[in-house]
Design a protein. Structure first.
Length: 150
C-alpha cells in the first residue's frame, strides 16, 4: 500500500486535471489519435464503396462488417478536437473551433448516416447499401469542404 498510494494519487490527479484534454497527454497525441481514427474509418468506408460502385463484387458479410466498423469509428475522432489541437500536423481548419455548434451538427449528421449505412448493410440489400453509402459520402464531404484544408 505504501508503495502504491503515491501511484494511485498520481493517476487520480492526472485523470481529474484538464478534463478538456480527456485522455490525451499532449495536443499532438489527440491529433495523432483522430487521424488514426479517420484512416481506419476511410479504409472500411472505401471497402463498402468499392462494392457500392461495382468495382468489387458485393459480399454482404464483408460490407456489413466494414459498415459496422465505419459506424463504430464515426464515434471516435471528435473528442480529439479539443482546445489546443488546432496546431501542428493537421489539416483541420480554425472554423472547427470558431463554429463549434455548426461543426457538431455536421458530426451528428455524419454519425446518423453512418448508423443508417450499417443498418442497410445488415439487410444484405445492395441497393440500400448504395443509397446509404452516397448519403454518408455527402456528409463526409460537407465537413471536409468546410473544415479541412486541401
Ligand atoms: C471516402 C473518403 C473520404 C470520403 C469523402 C467523401 O472514401 O476517404 O474522405 O469518402 O471523399 O466525399
Amino acid at each position: 500500500m505504501k508503495i502504491l498510494a503515491p501511484l494511485a494519487m498520481a493517476i487520480a490527479i492526472t485523470s481529474l486535471s484538464a478534463p478538456a484534454m480527456a485522455q490525451f497527454q499532449k495536443p499532438e497525441d489527440a491529433v495523432k489519435y483522430r487521424k488514426a481514427a479517420f484512416t481506419v474509418m476511410a479504409s472500411h468506408f472505401g471497402r463498402v464503396g468499392a462494392m457500392a460502385s461495382g468495382r468489387v463484387p458485393f459480399d454482404p458479410k464483408v460490407a456489413a462488417d466494414s459498415a459496422a466498423l465505419v459506424e463504430t469509428m464515426s464515434k471516435l475522432p471528435w473528442e480529439a478536437f479539443g482546445p489546443g489541437t488546432d496546431k501542428g500536423d493537421t489539416r483541420a481548419l480554425p472554423a472547427i473551433w470558431t463554429e463549434q455548434a455548426k461543426w457538431k451538427e455536421g458530426v451528428d449528421k455524419f454519425q446518423a448516416e453512418a448508423t443508417k449505412l450499417s443498418a442497410a448493410a445488415k439487410t444484405g440489400n445492395l441497393d440500400a447499401v448504395k443509397t446509404a453509402f452516397g448519403a454518408v459520402g455527402q456528409s463526409c464531404k460537407a465537413c471536409h469542404d468546410a473544415y479541412r484544408k486541401e
